[in-house]
Write a protein that binds this ligand. Sequence first.
Ligand code: 13P
Length: 257
Amino acid sequence: MHRQPIVVGNWKMHKSPREAIDFVKQLEARVCEFASVEKAVAPTSLALSGVSAALQGASLLVAAQNAHWAGGGAFTGQIAASMLRGLAQFVILGHSEVRAHLAETDANVNRKAKAALAAGLQPIIAVGESLAQNEAGATVDFVRGQVSAALDGIAAADMARVVIAYEPIWAIGTGKSATGEQADRIIGAAVREPVRDLYNDRVADAMRIQYGGSVKPGNMAEFMVQPNIDGALVGGASLDVDDFAALVEIAARVKGS
Ligand code: 13P
């Protein structure tokens, strides 16, 4: 089953709205030829409207870095998934930094995923184990649990719009990545197989899964050649136009046809 490769740059709390607009204009010129790869940038919320206006009709899509499950209300500092309609095609949910610093729970990730789908967005649900869990051999059970909790009650028909990003916490921003084979094995056992059990072969075989954690042009191909890996969720390297363009080019070369 062919799955379109997907490369997303998670800019975290980097780049002002002005810098974000300048960057996406340069990046679009570099990546628009790689039509076989879906690609998106996730700027800060403040930059979403400027970036989305600058990318009208472009190949580069837009992702939000988070969203709230409620349609509106007394939620200081939050943005409703429904408010992102027209500004973003994707929304990253359950990132380990949000889980660690903002007490994000599996139950809230699930509520947010449902709200995102109802708003017509494609959730990118981030999962991944800590170094301690990894060393204790608990990775597959833990990630499996995150996946099934995040997908609880999501209809099979909506699963075509769900992307899962496996990001081992110990590999984020550390320069230490999993090997391609390690990541592929965990993604198979802890993400694709549980989705097969929860839904069916068609849903599991069609679902796109990214690897994230210190992905750079130098190791991108190692991940993209793996059968279970359909793309990357990239932090640091996505802040540089040359690196981001190289990642898209590698995804197109390895998995674009
Ligand atoms: P780095 O690519 O900087 O390790 O970040 C990964 C990440 O957290 C993407 O969401």
